[in-house]
Design a protein around this ligand. Structure first.
Ligand SMILES: [Zn+2]
Length: 415
């Protein structure tokens, strides 16, 4: 397309047309300490250089600090109240069923990639896990030849019609990675470097998985090796001339007792004592098919109560439980965290830094938790890094949100 608009408007925000390939990376579960430690140990020379030559900022994620709400906030530039993705999992009030929120029909806003593609740009999306691909790729026209979107997890199944390219394994030149592996994220990075070289995207979004971060704390051998890998690929993207903004969907904290067992408050048990057994429904929006990461235990829960329940009494009781950071009614939670009211229960509860929330013990399969639990979802996992490989032209929004990543990449860098 020859006539390019000076900017693209989507979800009420303007983005300048890129003058260089622009890559936004969501490094899943990247608690700030990981990169800081890797830099301190000399394992991340490219990121260390970007600290001097670009910008290293701190941003706040969306609450709940889970993967899908934050990835969708980053690619739409807006909070869940606008795009509708308030968790990985929710109670669909239109059907009364608890379902994964990874179907594209649940997304209520256009992505920035779609808006650029519609304006004539070449766009690419690579995710580690397939659970995000359909949401992130919503609205892309693969027949145009200007859009590519696939996951590392299902790279072997990529087709031109559904993903914009055939045989992604051969394209990337790596074998299909295991879904529970650091290699799944490395594949996404390797794909990004290849796409930058041969597909020439104007805008590209890369999203990794937090397999390593769930298992390994900052400074551990596995974490250091992972961030050294990330550093090599960030260096390659930078060397290829891309504008790179790296941020995260959420942080990660230890959530276990001294003996290594998860420190859990079972919310269904608390609520059952107050309203009667089985009458309330506790929803854990961290729930996804990849339970080996976290056993569906995170720091955010929402509760659907019987119509005659005393919400204020339940909020007070939950607030008094050890390890609870905050409990509040739906209206307060939706106002404070910019959430869609029709996808949030009557009460929201958040746990503290080292505590997680469950339903009842019997409903959690913890057999996949080989290491002491590390997880996320609450306020303690809201701080994330934002690293830019260019100097900024001026101040960034205050407070800076992770979903300002495209605004920073396209509007705030010095050109
Ligand atoms: Zn995540």
């Amino acid at each position: 397309m020859s006539e390019r608009p000076p900017h693209v408007t989507v979800n009420g925000r303007d983005y300048r047309w890129p003058t260089a390939p622009t890559v936004v990376i969501c490094l899943d579960g990247s608690e700030p300490g990981y990169i800081e430690t890797a830099i301190d140990k000399g394992l991340a020379p490219h990121l260390a250089r970007l600290m001097r030559e670009g910008a290293i900022l701190t941003a706040l994620s969306v609450i709940p600090s889970f993967t899908n709400p934050n990835n969708l906030s980053i690619v739409t530039g807006r909070p869940p109240a606008v795009h509708g993705i308030a968790g990985n999992y929710f109670l669909d009030l239109t059907t009364g069923e608890e379902v994964m929120m990874n179907d594209a029909r649940f997304l209520r806003a256009d992505t920035i990639m779609k808006a650029f593609a519609d304006a004539g740009a070449r766009v690419a999306v690579v995710t580690a896990k397939d659970k995000l691909r359909a949401l992130l790729a919503k609205g892309l026209d693969f027949a145009s030849g200007r859009a590519v979107a696939f996951s590392a997890e299902k790279a072997d199944a990529a087709t031109r019609a559904a993903n914009g390219l055939d045989d992604a394994l051969a394209f990337v030149g790596q074998p299909l990675p295991a879904v529970y592996s650091a290699a799944l994220s490395e594949f996404a990075f390797a794909a990004g470097v290849k796409l930058l070289a041969s597909f020439n995207p104007d805008v590209m979004y890369l999203s990794t998985t937090d397999y390593v971060q769930h298992k390994a704390a900052p400074g551990s051998e596995a974490a250091d090796a992972f961030y050294a890998m990330v550093d090599r690929y960030v260096g390659a993207l930078d060397a290829a001339g891309a504008v790179v903004v790296l941020t995260a969907d959420h942080g990660m904290n230890d959530k276990h007792l001294a003996d290594g067992s998860p420190d859990v408050l079972y919310v269904q048990d608390v609520v059952d004592r107050l309203v009667g057994a089985g009458l309330a429904r506790v929803i854990l929006p961290i729930t996804d098919p990849y339970v080996a990461h976290h056993g569906a235990l995170g720091s955010f829960a929402t509760i659907y109560l019987p119509a005659d329940a005393d919400r204020a009494k339940i909020v007070a009781a939950l607030s008094a439980e050890p390890g609870v950071e905050a409990a509040m009614e739906r209206e307060e939670a939706c106002a404070r965290f910019e959430l869609p009211p029709d996808r949030v229960g009557d009460v929201v509860v958040l746990s503290r830094r080292h505590k997680v929330l469950g339903t009842t013990a019997a409903r959690h399969d913890l057999s996949g938790l080989a290491e002491p639990l590390r997880s996320h979802g609450g306020l303690w996992e809201q701080r994330v890094p934002m690293i830019v490989n260019r100097r900024l032209a001026g101040p960034t929004p205050e407070p800076l949100r992770n979903f300002d990543a495209f605004d920073v990449a396209l509007n705030r860098i010095a050109r």
